[in-house]
Ligand binder design. Structure first.
Ligand SMILES: Cc1cc2nc3c(=O)[nH]c(=O)nc-3n(C[C@H](O)[C@H](O)[C@H](O)COP(=O)(O)OP(=O)(O)OC[C@H]3O[C@@H](n4cnc5c(N)ncnc54)[C@H](O)[C@@H]3O)c2cc1C
Length: 377
């Protein structure tokens, strides 16, 4: 008797990237197992404010991808999971002269519907917010981070399992009592499981508080921190990924009180908060790549590739298709502060790759970091 439970794909990590991948692959007809060391949305995803906001950035590949991802995310969440999606206007206020210039440029170029701020929101803002450059978009959204992750994986097999290493036997990956041809690494800023010395993923610590307040906010605000109404009357979410120094892997304890104070102080630079009571805290790490682009693609076996092409050390070029890859392992990661915006875009392309056999965009592959590391090694 086969002691293993067989799947087509095992997804490691049940954050928004893992859950969204599970959703698309399951609906694409694959047998999917989702595993997580803890529970669904226990990592960075559970802490997210989960705003579906456009990235305000300069022209280039990042902007192209973010614009497309933002439009796909708005459509996906509002059409497929309306109960977990709150549609509200969005106001992005600049916090520096440099950001003000970027916002002015964005306003000239954006296709999104931009109008003037409604009176009720204007009346809540501080004088500092009134005088700063801002973009007001009539269509914004915020999703319920925990709720959406759970809803995405309804009907999909979930296993609470801390994966220590990846073992391949007879062309199949084995994880505990599970086996599958494909593995998806959706592990965020956690240790990478495979030896990937060329891939640096920066984990940045974030904190979100839900507060009860009598301030009647009806608009999503991005300024020094992100502030938004929630689907619960009188409850507001305030969050930021601001602590670049704290790491939960370094044995230190995060100062929750100091974090709360900082969030409230920063929020009060944007609006006057009345009768505040903190009702919940969420904390977690988000993970980003050095070039700010998300990561989606096959995973290079660095030392096997160097052994096959030693002249990579001298900066000689090799077509990335010729690198040695861990067989049937795909990584989805590096979404920075835009995990909920990027997940529908990335997971849809992952499904097209695994089910419809369409190639992935090589510019998002983790392999993009490999030649530089190989030259230095
Ligand atoms: C405070 C805060 C606010 C944010 N606000 C927004 C926002 O408004 N909009 C937005 O789009 N994004 C936002 N983000 C960013 C977003 O949360 C991240 O980009 C997103 O959560 C990344 O998701 P992920 O699935 O890649 O990683 P994670 O959510 O971290 O999931 C990784 C999962 O992998 C599991 N795992 C890791 N290693 C193993 C292993 N060895 N075995 C088993 N399981 C493992 C972990 O337990 C974890 O559950 C915010 C982040 C934070 C922290």
């Amino acid at each position: 008797m086969n002691p293993f439970v067989e799947y087509d794909v095992i997804i490691i990590g049940a954050g928004i990237n893992g859950c969204m991948s599970a959703y698309h692959l399951h609906h694409g007809g694959l047998r999917v197992a989702l595993v997580d060391a803890s529970h669904i949305a226990s990592g960075g995803s559970g802490a997210a404010g989960a705003f579906i906001s456009p990235k305000i950035s300069k022209a280039g590949l990042l902007k192209e991808i973010m614009t497309q991802a933002h439009s796909e995310a708005l459509a996906f969440y509002t059409n497929t999971f309306p109960h977990h999606t709150l549609q509200k206007p969005l106001l992005h206020i600049s916090k520096s002269a440099e950001e003000a210039t970027t916002l002015r440029q964005f306003k000239k170029e954006t296709q999104l519907l931009s109008t003037s701020i409604d009176e009720a929101t204007w009346d809540l803002l501080t004088p500092q917010a009134h005088t700063s450059e801002a973009v007001y978009l009539s269509h914004g959204a915020v999703v319920n981070a925990q709720g959406i992750c759970h809803a995405l994986v309804e009907g999909i097999d979930f296993y609470p399992l801390h994966v220590e290493d990846l073992v391949q036997e007879e062309g199949k990956w084995r994880i505990g009592h599970l086996t599958a041809k494909h593995v998806i690494l959706a592990i965020g800023a956690y240790p990478k499981l495979l030896s990937l010395p060329y891939l640096t993923l920066r984990g940045i610590w974030g904190h979100r508080i839900d507060i009860q307040t009598s301030t009647p906010l009806q608009t999503i605000l991005h300024h020094f921190v992100s502030i938004s109404p929630t689907s619960h009357e009188g409850v507001m979410a305030i969050g930021a990924t601001h602590d670049v120094h704290f790491s939960p892997f370094n044995d230190c304890i995060y100062d929750l009180e100091a974090g709360r104070k900082e969030l409230l102080t920063k929020a009060s630079q944007t609006l006057d908060l009345k009768e505040v009571k903190i009702i919940r805290d969420y904390t977690g790490l988000r993970s980003g790549a050095n070039d700010y682009l998300p990561i989606l693609g096959g995973v290079v076996d660095a030392f096997a590739t160097l052994a096959r092409y030693p002249h990579l050390r001298h900066g000689k070029k090799v077509d990335p298709k010729e690198y040695v890859y861990y067989p049937n392992v795909t990584m989805i990661n590096g979404s920075g502060g835009y995990g909920f915006v990027l997940a529908p875009y990335l997971a849809k392309r992952l499904k097209e790759y695994l089910v419809d056999k369409k190639p992935l965009n090589e510019e998002l592959s983790p392999a993009r970091f490999f030649p530089r590391w190989a030259k230095k090694s």
